[in-house]
Design a protein. Structure first.
Length: 616
C-alpha cells in the first residue's frame, strides 16, 4: 500500500516540505537545505538535534526520555533523528541545533573546539589630541594607544600618508583595522561592530559561502550557486583542457568563478543589510585546480604526468586584486593544498573533523565530481583522489538536477515505487541521493542485475510487484523505469531512470569504491575494519547509508560507524576565518599528509574493474 504524504513546516523560516510518512524530521529539514548538528551521525546518542514541535507534540520516544530534560519534553522538544512524520507537522529548529551555529564535530568525538581569535580585528581608539604639552607624532599616538592593550603593531607609508587629514577630520576618534600585527586601514569614528568575513568552498560543481561576524565568530548566513565553469567542462581535467585550448580560456574561467563569488557575497550581505565594504577578510578552499583558476594561475601541469601543481602552500592576496567585491583592504586567504588532485578542501576537511587527533582508524570522504579521500589517525594521514564524475550531483543524468525544490531525493519500493520530493510540489528531476536510492531499491528487488542492466520483458522476475513491473518502459530502444508518472510530474512529464543513468552511477560508484579499497590497503587495513567513516559534502550528507552500502559505494560496516558531517570544507574555511591558529594547523596538515596517486596503480585499476559489478 502506498505511503501517505504529509507536510512539514520548518520555523522560523516558514518553509514547507512534503515528505513520505515515516520520514525523519532531520531528513525533512535537509530537504529545505537546513543541516542539523548531529555529532553522532543521527544515531540518537548525542541528543544534539533538538527541535520543538508546535501544537500537540507526539509522545517522546525512549531515546528522547533518556537524553532530554523533563522540562524540555514538556515544552514539546523532541530529537529530529528520532521523530518520524505521521501527520502534518510544524517544528521550530533552534539556532543551537543548526549546523552552521557551531564548529563542526566539536562535540561527541572528544575533540577540542577552535577558540575565536580571528586574524583581522578592529579596535576603536578615542585618541588624545595633540597639545603643546603632548607633541607625540600621529603614528606614535596610534601605536602607543594599541600597545597599552598589549599589541605591538606597525603601519606602512601609504597609510601614514592618509593620517594627517583622516585624524583631524574624525576629531581623533578612529577605528584601526589590523591584519595580524599590521594596521592595514583606519576608518573615522567607531566602526568596530562592522567586521565581516566570508568563507568559501569552491567546488567543481557548486560554490558555497558563509558570512561570518568576525567580532564573535558566529555564522550569519549561507548561500550557494552552481559553479558556472561547468559549462566549460564537467570535471577539472575538462576545464584545464578548455584553458589550454582556447585563447583567453583561463581568464574566462577565472571571470566566471569570480562572478559567482560576487553574487554569493551580494546575497550574503543583503541578508544582513550590510555592504561588501564591511567584508575585511575571505578564506577560500577548493581542489587544487579551482585554487589555481581563482588566482588566474595556469593549471595545465596538474593534468600532465606527474601531475604537479604550481603552488601548494597557503596564499594571501588582496581580494580586490582578483576582482572580488569586498573592502579594498580585505585579504583573501587560500588554505594550502596537498597535491595536484587533492586540494585545500581536503585540508579543510581534515581540520574540521580533527582527524589527526583520532586514536582509531577514520576514513573521511568528500563525494562529489572529484572524490577526495583521507584516512588516518594520530599516527599517520594518507590522502588520495579519484575522478568520480558528476553523477552524484545530478549531472550527466537524463533528468538529473541538484538537490533543490522538485528533485526526487528518496525512493522506496514496496508494492509500488514511492518517491520523496524536495519541496512542496511535483517532481521535475532527480538528484544524486535519489538516483542512488532508486538503483539500490531496484537492485534489492532484482529489477536491476549485478551487471547494472535494467531487466525487461520475460527477464523480469515473477516476484516483482505488478505496479513496479508496469513501470518498466523504453527510451531510445533501451529499458527505463518510470519513477514518477506524467500526471504527477512537473509540466505533465514523467521522471524516468534510464539505462544510461544506471551506467553513470555505476562508473561513479566504482571509482569511489575502488579508491576506498586502495587507500585502506595502503594504510594497512581492510575496508571492513574501519572504525569510522565520515561523509562530507552536500551529496554525502543526505544519502541513505543502507542504500550506499547496497550498491557497494561504501564498505559493508555497521551503519552506526558512518557519520554525516555536512560541508566540512566550508566549516574548515570558516575555522580559518575565526581562528588564526587554524591556519598554522592547516599548513601542518598539508605538510604531513601523505599523498598517493591512484591513476598509475595496478591495484586501483583492478579494484575499479571489480567494483563495476554491483553487489549480488
Amino acid at each position: 500500500m502506498s505511503k501517505k504524504k504529509y507536510q512539514v513546516t520548518i520555523h522560523p523560516e516558514g518553509q514547507t516540505v512534503s515528505v513520505l510518512e515515516g520520514t525523519a524530521i532531520i531528513e525533512a529539514a535537509g530537504q529545505v537545505g537546513i543541516t542539523l548538528n548531529t555529532p553522532c551521525g543521527g544515531q540518537g546518542t548525542c541528543g544534539k538535534c533538538k527541535v520543538i514541535v508546535q501544537d500537540d507534540a507526539p509522545p517522546p520516544c525512549a531515546t528522547a526520555k533518556k537524553l532530554l530534560q523533563p522540562e524540555e519534553i514538556d515544552a514539546g522538544m523532541r530529537l529530529a533523528c528520532q521523530l518520524h512524520v505521521d501527520r502534518n507537522m510544524a517544528v521550530t529548529i533552534p539556532s543551537e541545533t543548526r549546523f552552521f551555529e557551531q564548529i563542526i564535530l566539536t562535540e561527541g568525538r572528544n575533540l577540542t573546539p577552535h577558540h575565536h581569535a580571528p586574524n583581522v580585528i578592529k579596535r576603536f581608539l578615542n585618541l588624545e589630541k595633540p597639545t603643546t604639552e603632548d607633541l607625540r607624532c600621529d603614528t606614535d599616538r596610534i601605536l602607543e594607544s594599541l600597545s597599552n592593550t598589549g599589541m605591538k603593531v606597525w603601519m606602512d607609508v601609504p597609510l601614514m600618508q592618509k593620517l594627517p587629514r583622516l585624524l583631524r577630520d574624525s576629531d581623533f576618534s578612529i577605528t584601526a583595522i589590523l591584519d595580524g600585527s599590521e594596521i592595514v586601514a583606519i576608518e573615522p569614528g567607531d566602526t568596530s561592530k562592522k567586521l565581516l568575513g566570508v568563507g568559501l568552498d569552491i567546488g567543481t560543481t557548486t560554490i558555497a559561502g558563509v558570512l561570518v561576524d568576525l567580532t564573535t565568530g558566529a555564522a550569519k548566513a549561507v548561500a550557494s550557486r552552481t559553479n558556472p565553469q561547468i559549462q566549460y567542462g564537467d570535471d577539472v581535467v575538462g576545464r584545464i583542457k578548455f584553458a589550454g585550448d582556447n585563447e583567453g580560456g583561463l581568464e574566462q574561467l577565472q571571470r566566471s568563478v569570480i562572478g559567482s563569488i560576487n553574487e554569493i557575497i551580494d546575497e550574503l550581505t543583503d541578508s544582513m543589510d550590510m555592504g561588501t565594504e564591511d567584508i575585511y577578510e575571505l578564506a577560500a578552499v577548493g581542489n587544487t585546480t579551482m585554487s589555481h583558476i581563482l588566482l588566474g594561475i595556469n593549471p595545465s601541469s596538474i593534468a600532465e604526468a606527474p601531475y604537479v601543481s604550481v603552488f601548494r602552500n597557503a596564499v594571501n592576496v588582496k581580494a580586490v586584486s582578483v576582482g572580488i567585491n569586498s573592502n579594498q583592504n580585505a585579504n583573501l586567504h587560500l588554505l594550502p593544498n596537498i597535491a595536484g588532485f587533492v586540494g585545500s578542501d581536503t585540508v579543510a576537511l581534515a581540520m574540521a573533523s580533527r582527524i589527526e587527533q583520532a586514536r582509531e582508524s577514520v576514513l573521511a570522504i568528500d563525494i562529489g565530481t572529484n572524490g577526495e579521500l583521507l584516512i588516518g589517525n594520530q599516527n599517520k594521514l594518507i590522502a588520495c583522489s579519484c575522478a568520480a564524475g558528476p553523477a552524484f550531483e545530478g549531472a550527466r543524468i537524463r533528468q538529473g538536477m541538484r538537490g533543490a525544490k522538485g528533485a526526487i531525493n528518496k525512493v522506496v519500493i514496496n508494492s509500488e515505487i514511492e518517491t520523496g520530493v524536495i519541496g512542496d510540489g511535483p517532481a521535475r528531476g532527480i538528484c544524486g541521493s535519489g538516483l542512488l536510492d532508486a538503483v539500490a531499491e531496484l537492485l534489492k528487488i532484482g529489477l536491476i542485475n549485478p551487471m547494472g542492466k535494467i531487466l525487461s520483458g520475460d527477464d523480469i522476475p515473477h516476484s516483482i510487484p505488478p505496479a513496479v513491473r508496469d513501470a518498466v518502459t523504453e527510451l531510445n530502444d533501451q529499458p527505463a523505469i518510470t519513477l514518477v508518472k506524467a500526471d504527477e510530474g512537473e509540466n505533465g512529464k514523467p521522471i524516468l531512470l534510464t539505462q544510461k543513468d544506471v551506467r553513470e552511477l555505476q562508473l561513479a560508484k566504482a571509482a569511489i569504491a575502488a579508491a576506498i579499497r586502495t587507500v585502506t590497503k595502503i594504510f594497512g587495513i581492510q575496508a571492513q575494519a574501519l572504525d569510522s567513516v565520515l561523509l562530507a559534502g552536500g551529496f554525502g550528507n543526505f544519502i541513505r547509508r543502507s542504500s550506499a552500502k547496497r550498491i557497494g559505494l561504501l564498505p559493508d560496516i555497521p551503519s552506526s560507524k558512518i557519520e554525516f558531517i555536512g560541508n566540512a570544507a566550508l566549516a574548515g574555511a570558516r575555522n580559518a576565518l575565526s581562528c588564526r591558529c587554524c591556519r598554522d594547523l592547516a599548513q601542518d596538515l598539508s605538510d604531513n599528509i601523505q599523498y598517493f596517486e591512484l591513476a598509475g596503480r595496478a591495484d586501483f585499476q583492478q579494484f575499479y574493474m571489480e567494483e563495476m559489478v554491483y553487489p549480488g
